[in-house]
Write a protein that binds this ligand. Structure first.
Ligand SMILES: Nc1ncnc2c1ncn2[C@@H]1O[C@H](COP(=O)(O)OP(=O)(O)O)[C@@H](O)[C@H]1O
Ligand SMILES: [Mg+2]
Length: 187
């Protein structure tokens, strides 16, 4: 294990903060990363948007206010874990730049924004969960990318181009970044 920047020899905590449309690949890439990082003996916690909305944020809806509350809760937990050396992956749409930047400020150099990039058209084509069809028909209101805003990151540390990469390539790009930055040791 390489020395961390604080020189204590303990691994550095970090938060991989995924942002991207529904169906862009956040959960898919997270699952690949979990396998890789756990195989290296890393601690790890995942805060997946869909899971968080079933417990920590149960009862919240999709208004701007509720979305912001949901993301602030995720940031709060990610900060508590990562400051104690536990790597965290958050996989929620987190559509608003301002709230992502709040999370960034909170976690400072432990915060790694990952834009899981795919166009609305590509996500709609994939429509893994059938949600885009429901959004188009009006059955689901306030659907990000269709009837609700998505603010693309402007300065993400990592952009994974999921329309031209496989999930494995996207995961490798992220692992390579973590290695290059000294967050994890080379395998
Ligand atoms: N490079 C890629 N990275 C991630 N997913 C991809 C990629 N290319 C195609 N896909 C597909 O896109 C879909 C993404 O779904 P999911 O991971 O559930 O998205 P999200 O969690 O962002 O809503 C999956 O069916 C996955 O197989
Ligand atoms: Mg998901």
């Amino acid at each position: 294990m390489p020395e961390n920047q604080q020189g204590s020899g303990e691994p550095r905590g970090f938060t991989l903060w995924f942002t991207g449309l529904s169906g862009s690949g956040k959960t898919t890439i997270t699952n690949l990363l979990v396998k890789d990082l756990l195989a290296r003996g890393s601690k790890l916690e995942v805060l997946d948007g869909d899971v968080v909305r079933e417990n920590l944020s149960k009862g919240l809806g999709f208004s701007k206010e509720d979305r912001d509350t949901n993301i602030r809760r995720i940031a709060f937990v990610a900060n508590m874990l990562s400051r104690n050396g536990v790597p965290v992956i958050t996989a929620a749409i987190s559509p608003y730049r301002e709230i992502r930047d709040e999370a960034r400020q909170m976690m400072d150099d432990r915060f790694i924004e990952v834009y899981v990039k795919a166009s609305v058209e590509a996500c709609e084509e994939r429509d893994v969960k059938g949600l885009y069809a429901k959004a188009r028909s009006g059955e689901i209101k306030e659907f990000t990318g269709v009837s609700d805003p998505y603010e693309e990151p402007e300065n993400a540390e990592i952009v994974v181009e999921t329309e031209s990469q496989s999930p494995e390539e996207s995961a490798k790009q992220i692992v390579d970044y973590l290695e290059a930055q000294g967050f994890i040791s080379a395998n």
